[in-house]
Ligand binder design. Structure first.
Ligand code: NAD
Length: 241
């Protein structure tokens, strides 16, 4: 690895998976316009009506099985393959499209929909099929304790120490397909910017955090992400010669 291949940290959000056919959260037609967040994305909602919450995530899990990674996920996997430095993807998405595109070094800060976690014993396991309140935990045998292993409102995101370390070490920060509304992820660009790190936004439209980005490209992820990766790798290759 060359001395000048600095770590790149990429934050992704629902917008990168939109063209694969997965709903975003706040856009027109987004998931949270159709469901109440308090009902399906809080621990209190789950305690109140576990059937509804399981149904919501079962639908999303089934939908995920029908979609594929798009050109933006694939471009990031290519960047990870062809760039000689480290490229860390911190995703707010609970889907597995970065992995299925061939990506690696992926941190799921809001959990993973293809995992279930037992609230009694704490074990987390892969789960592709539907979940329901009647299913006993395969580890401790208790019933009614399994939940999707995702981060709900009011809960702490996963892997924050690893993310902070990567954020503190990166020499380039990229944000793709996120509205910049949900913290702590929304605050990452300001932290990178404050350290003097170059910051790039690739999104359909300016996000809430657009004032912190030194460079921005607006358009669908399947166009702007591959184009940015091509240009970046080409420029990087030239600069090293
Ligand atoms: P978002 O819906 O808030 O924003 C999506 C962004 O993507 C928007 O800025 C939009 O302009 C952009 N976009 C839409 N289509 C695009 C395309 N084709 N190409 C490029 N950009 C496109 O989603 P977010 O920013 O990921 O939300 C942050 C996080 O908030 C979510 O990942 C989610 O984890 C969290 N959230 C969680 C819950 C929960 O259940 N815990 C509920 C709501 C939000």
């Amino acid at each position: 690895m060359s001395q000048d291949a600095e770590t790149i940290l990429i934050l992704t959000g629902a917008g990168i998976s939109a063209e694969s056919g997965l709903s975003t959260f706040r856009d027109k037609g987004g998931l949270w316009r159709r469901y109440e967040t308090a009902d399906v994305a809080t621990p209190e909602g789950f305690a109140r009506d576990p059937d509804l919450v399981h149904e919501f995530y079962n639908l999303r899990r089934r939908k995920l099985a029908t979609v594929s990674p798009n050109a933006a996920h694939k471009a990031l996997a290519r960047l990870q393959r062809d760039y000689p430095g480290r490229v860390v993807i911190v995703t707010q998405n609970v889907d597995d499209l970065h992995e299925r595109a061939g990506g690696r070094d992926i941190i799921h800060m809001h959990g993973e929909i293809l995992k279930m976690r037992c609230t009694a014993c704490g074990e987390s396991r892969r789960r592709v099929d539907d979940l329901g309140p009647a299913l006993p935990c395969p580890d401790c045998g208790q019933q009614g304790t399994l939940r999707p292993d995702v981060v709900w409102f009011g809960e702490t995101p996963c892997h924050l120490p690893r993310i902070q370390t990567a954020l503190g070490a990166c020499g380039l920060f990229l944000s793709i397909g996120t509205s910049g509304n949900v913290y702590p992820a929304a605050g990452f660009v300001a932290a990178a910017h404050a350290r003097g790190v170059p910051t790039v936004e690739l999104n359909l439209e300016p996000s809430e955090q657009n004032g912190h980005f030194g460079e921005a490209r607006y358009g669908p992820a399947t166009s702007v992400v591959p184009a940015w990766v091509d240009r970046f790798l080409e420029q990087f290759g030239k600069d090293r010669r």
